[in-house]
Design a protein around this ligand. Structure first.
Ligand SMILES: Nc1ncnc2c1ncn2[C@@H]1O[C@H](COP(=O)(O)OP(=O)(O)OP(=O)(O)O)[C@@H](O)[C@H]1O
Ligand SMILES: [Mg+2]
Length: 353
């Protein structure tokens, strides 16, 4: 185990800079999840941590050691990729022991390492099988087994579950979390999956176009997104944004272009009449007779909840209800945002007000 420090790291491919000074402190034993839109630089950063890409400027340290010029195999890091190709002609045991063999470990050492990893991952009964004789989830576990057999300082995962079906993903998510609770190995994990990020992370890092927009505990980001980008990125379905102007004489609210009044719990420090974006999460809207009039566009019952897309003036918003509501497209409903859960952003720069 080890802490990891990424300090003002930049990366250019040719003359094109894709990471513009990224700083991420990672504590010993922490589980850090990187999220962000496609192309924002997550895999590049992970590959730099692993030593598979060189660092254009800045430093990466593992423990006390700056590893900028340290070879991948000397970094004591294990990486699990999205496309974890197993060697088809090798058994599970040989696949798992291969990295130790490459390093010239003795055969009894390899056997011991494989045995331990197999026990942790419940692969012991499968050690003599070949990859083609395994299910997707079992193969994924072997790929992880290859990583943990080495007992590295740091684990790197690049969307390791994205090839699995929904049910398996959930099962593997729990397994990885359990594994981390047991081994406490410092981990950096890239995912596109909101739920994975929220449930697995000690700390989520939201990246966008080669910069860090915000980092913090999952619920911190959910409750207090620093800007409109993070607000729209964390949470599913995404936060609704409504444009309007701040009214703060007397009870504060945001007035939309069509005159709807969106409630605020307290008057912000921003000035009267300032153009703002009002943010409210789908789960923070309720049906109420004193709510804002909206026209139902689409109703989507998922079984456990009902999602309703509704139009307020020209703006569409999504509301999610735990209860079943019998409404149809075209119908008028009244929606009330929970004032205490509303977010306010500057219209110009998107920052939280
Ligand atoms: N070897 C390379 N040469 C040139 N450009 C590259 C190279 N590798 C990555 N890039 C560019 O760097 C940027 C970041 O890519 P990266 O793969 O890190 O994104 P990502 O966040 O992992 O995206 P995704 O979520 O789609 O996996 C992209 O614009 C990509 O085109
Ligand atoms: Mg990637």
């Amino acid at each position: 185990m080890s802490s990891v420090h990424i300090r003002d790291v930049r990366k250019s491919f040719g003359g094109f800079e894709v990471l513009h000074g990224v700083t991420i402190p990672i504590e010993d034993g922490q589980f850090v999840v990187l999220v962000g839109p496609s192309g924002c630089g997550k895999s590049t950063l992970l590959r730099m941590l692993a030593g598979l890409e060189n660092i254009t400027s800045g430093t990466i340290s593992i423990g006390e050691r700056v590893v900028n010029n340290v070879q991948p195999k000397e970094r004591d890091i294990a990486m699990v990729f999205q496309n974890y190709a197993l060697y088809p002609h090798m058994t599970v045991a040989d696949n798992m022991g291969f990295s130790l063999k490459l390093r010239g470990a003795r055969s009894d050492e390899i056997k011991k390492g494989v045995k331990r990893a197999a026990e942790i991952l419940a692969l012991t009964p499968l050690l003599d099988r070949y990859p083609r004789q395994l299910s997707g989830g079992q193969r994924q576990r072997v790929a992880m087994g290859r990583a943990i057999v080495r007992d590295p300082q740091v684990f790197l995962f690049d969307e390791p579950l994205s090839n699995l079906d929904a049910k398996l993903r959930v099962a593997m998510r729990t397994e990885i979390k359990e594994l981390h609770q047991r081994l406490k190995t410092t981990t950096v994990y890239v995912t596109h999956d909101q739920i994975e990020a929220m449930t697995m992370a000690d700390k989520i890092v939201v990246m966008h176009d080669g910069i860090v927009e915000q980092m913090g505990a999952p619920l911190e980001l959910y409750d207090k997104p620093a800007n409109q980008f993070v607000a729209g990125f964390i949470g599913s379905p995404a936060m609704n944004f409504l444009n309007g102007h701040l009214r703060s004489n007397g009870q504060a609210y945001v007035e939309t272009d069509n005159g709807s009044k969106l409630p605020l719990a307290s008057a912000p420090t921003a000035s009267e009449g300032r153009p703002v974006v009002y943010g409210v999460r789908p789960e923070h809207l309720e049906l109420a007779s004193d709510g804002i009039e909206a026209e139902v566009v689409v109703v989507e019952p998922t079984g456990s909840e009902t999602q309703i897309v509704a139009r307020i003036g020209t703006q569409d918003i999504i509301a999610v209800f735990r209860d079943r509501h019998d409404v149809s497209p075209g119908e008028k409903i009244r929606l009330r945002p929970r004032a205490s859960a509303a977010h306010l952003f500057d219209k110009e720069n998107g920052r939280r007000i």
